[in-house]
Structure formats: C-alpha cells, structure tokens
Design a protein around this ligand. Sequence first.
Ligand code: NOJ
Length: 575
Amino acid sequence: MTTIAATTPTPDTAPTPSAPGREWWRSAVIYQVYPRSFADSDGDGMGDLPGITSRLGALRGLGVDAVWLSPFQRSPQRDAGYDVSDYRDVDPRFGTLADFDAMLAEAHDLGLRVIIDIVPNHSSSDHAWFQEALAAAPGSAERARYIFRDGKGENGELPPNNWESIFGGHAWTRITEPDGTPGQWYLHLFDKSQPDLDWENPWVWEQFRGILRFWLDRGVDGFRVDVAHGMVKEAGLPDYTPPAGTGSMGGVALEPEIAAHAESDPPTPPYFAQDGVHAIYRDWHKVLEEYAGDRVLCGEAWVEPLDKLARWVRPDEMQQTFNFGYLETPWDARALRSIIDRSIEAFSSVGAPSTWVLSNHDVVRHATRLALEGENLQGHGIGPKTKGLPDPAFALHRARAATALMLALPGSAYLYQGEELGLPEAIDLPDDARQDPTWFRTDGERYGRDGCRVPIPWEGDAASYGFGPGSASWLPQPAAWANYTRSSQDGVTGSTLTMYQDALRLRRQHDLAFGGPEWIELGGNTLAFRTGDVTVVVNFGTEAVALPEGAGDVVLASGPLQDGDLPRDTTVWLA
Ligand code: NOJ
C-alpha cells in the first residue's frame, strides 16, 4: 500500500532539495528543541507546543533548516518524556494533537522541517502494554512484549544476569505476580519505569510501524531514534561488566592520544550494537519510503568505532546517525583532525553524510565541557563539588571556536537549544531541584543531566527571562541567565547569537555542507583547511599566530583578532 501524506513545502534553505545526492538532510543544520525548556505559553513553568510555535520565527531568523523535538508524547515524565505511555498522543503538559498540528504547519510555512523523537527501546511502565503484561501470566503473549525472565537462585530471588542500568543500580526489577507472590524479573536498561521492549517479538515490530505511520501521516519529516543501538540484546543475555571509563550510553572516554589512533575496538556490550538491530531499520526505511518528501531517520547510536557506526546509515537503513565520537573528542588539534577525517571516510564509504554535534540534552554543554579539567563521563554531569570547573568566559571563548570549526565541516550539523546564546552548563542547581533519574539512582553520586536542561532565556532581566509569562521554570535559572538572553544579543556585533547567524548564512552561501576539508599545514598548534572558496584556521595553542597570506578577508571570527593575528582558542573563516 502506498500512502501519500500531505506534502511539505520545500524549505528555501536547502541548496537544491531532493536532487539525487542533495536531499535536504545531507546538508541540514538541525536545531534540537527540548520542549520542557524552550518556551512556556501558559506560565506553568514547563515549556509546551504552543510556546514552541510562538518562537519558531526566531529559529527561522537563526538560519537553521530543521528542528528536532525531544519527546512531547504522553508520559509520566520519570525520564523527562523518554518514558512514553502513549506513542500516539501529546502529553497534556505540552498541549494537544491539535497544538502539534498547528506547530508543524507553522514550521512548514516558515520553511523549517520537523523531526520528532521516537523511543522504541522501552516504553513507560505506565503504558497499557506493560500494565497488561503485569496482569497476565508468565509465558503469556502480553509478557512476551517485554523482556521478562525468571530469577536465578533457589527461589528466583536473584536477577537473571549482572547487567547494570545506564542510570545506575540493577537493570532488573522483580515484580509481584497477580496472585501476590514474588515473581519474574523484567529488564530495564534505564530507569525501572522504562521496561525494555522485546524486539525479537514481531508484535512489537507491528506496533512501531503503526506509530511511525501515525506521525508520518501528520506530516513529520522524520524521526530521531532513541537508543538506536540498544533494541536487540545478545541471545542468552550473558553477564557483562563494562570497562572502567565507559560513559553512560556506552561511549568510552577518549584521551587525545587514544582518539587520534582509535585502533582498538572497544568491547561490544551484549545489550548495545548487536547486528540484529539493522533489520529493524531496513524495515523502517521501507515505511518511510511509502511517503513523499525525503523523510529521514537519525539514530542515537553510541557505537564505536566509526566504521561500525557507519552500518547504521547504509543506503537501506537510516539516513543519519549522531557522531558522538566527534562530540566526545577533546579540544585537541590532532585528535579533532583525526576524528574529522575518520568520520568523513567512514560515512562516505556508505554514501551517507557525516553529522556533527557538540551539545544535546544528555551531555554537559560544550560552552563548559570543552574547558573542563579532568575526565567527565557522558551522563554523569557536573555540579558544585566537581573539580576543575572552568572560567565561564574562557570556556565560552573556546566553545565559540569549536562551533565555528564544526559549522565549516561538510555534512549535517545538530545544534542544541541555547548554545546559540552561549549558555554554559547550570552548575549550582540545588539538590532538591534535580530531576534526572541518574541523580536518584546513584544517591547523588552522579549529578546527571539537569544542568544542560534549564529553561532558556529569551528576554528581560528577571526569571523566567521570557521563557514563560511569569517567573516559573521547572528548573531554576541561574541569575547569570540575564546576560545570555536572546534579545540582548540580537543584532549585536560580536554576540554569540550573531556569530551563529553569520556562520549559518555563510555556510549556506559558500555551500560548505558539500565542501572540504583539504588540510593545510600552517605549523604551530593550529588546524587549517580549505573548503570550497573558504579557508578555515583554528588556533589551539596558547600564543597568537599569523593568518595565512592571500587566503582572503576574515568573513567570520569566533572572537576578536589580536593586531591582525589569530589568538588562542579562536577560529576564523577567510574568503
Ligand atoms: C537517550 C536520551 O537522549 C536520554 O535522554 C534518555 O534518558 C535515554 N535515551 C533513555 O531513553
């Protein structure tokens, strides 16, 4: 059956959309909206869909091509919406399906594509599927939707294996059977309110085909697929202990030396990056092909090394996958040049664009992270007791240089709301305000991810800084947010917002998404390359360096020059 959904207008931001090899997602800059924290229309302190609709014009003004919305579907919000209890409805905190349709129509009118999150590895424990499974008997069709197992030990009192939850603690919870006796255990790689679905079960496949079509029929341009490396588990669910230094989602902390070589493959956990996941994405690819308009799947796959990750974007699977290896690479010229080359090589080998990302709702914002001293594992977060916290001005200076480098690279880039304002991580959140399950499941040993999720400032000098009509915000905004509002940066030369707008405009004008890099050796601790008619120079050293002769005028600078030279932690584009 072929369903032709309402066609979306062609955004005039894409160079030549839909021409072979020029599909919009090959070059798009995609802005992540975290609905809870973007814009609140009704003053309850929680962002919502009408709030998003009212602020889409600002994103158009920023110059992005598309938005990705983190989950807004019905959910008890025990993991900020990544615990979905009804995949085909909007959570009342965020609005209604009609609000979603209005938001989508407005985005399309503005020439912005919209991709939404889909969470297929697990549902909420409140989902009717799971509630029915709890009420049914062991071995029933309802139990087979999830990964229920008998426990080990004489009376089944021990978990079926030694897996740990990504958020800390055991990955198994024992249930009480309907007759009141201690019963089976169910697997939850995340919080116990997020039971893992069993993707060995064709019933699960059928449910998700229907869910994809539900949103495609409404006109979405694609999906960001949550835990796209985790849905299939190794047969027999063998015990596994992750090596020390493994980030929450399975990524390994990369020291510059290791990142520059990355020769040894990290071990594959039995719950991540199993070959069986690819059949699911081939199936989803076909579902998307039923629809006109270059719909896209983007995988959240924390998989190393890059040539293995590239399997997620083979021609009949997903179109894009996040490049977390790039995000996790420290601020180091050699390591960055290596990951850039290896990314382009790996993704090109399967005909996919590379993607680039520096921040999202799961990692410490790069306007803080890139200047942290010491190790910071993904998902663990930072807080008041973290050692080696950077000077915010220095960290922002470096982050702007990193952004100017990233936006010059070929392929597609993801931005996280607030980075265009230069927002740092919120470090001094009071303990009793924290909401990330990681904080609770580790008894406060890991701060978790709340620090990058604080509602963003739009205007004014008092909380909520235009986030909502009043002062309410679900996480408290630091007083310093007054210095980061969009209105205070709009049209201001040298502001972070202006730098992002200029970079996005120039990126499009010079068609950089289809450009280099062709590396140039400038010496010193620099990275330099040509891409199309633009020369990019980044100074990683501590001393200022001279700009190359004859490379043109400075068209973009991440910070002020020093007597015509390029100071430390600064990027320029010359043309
Ligand atoms: C990845 C999401 O980005 C994160 O926020 C969430 O907690 C986990 N997946 C579980 O869904």
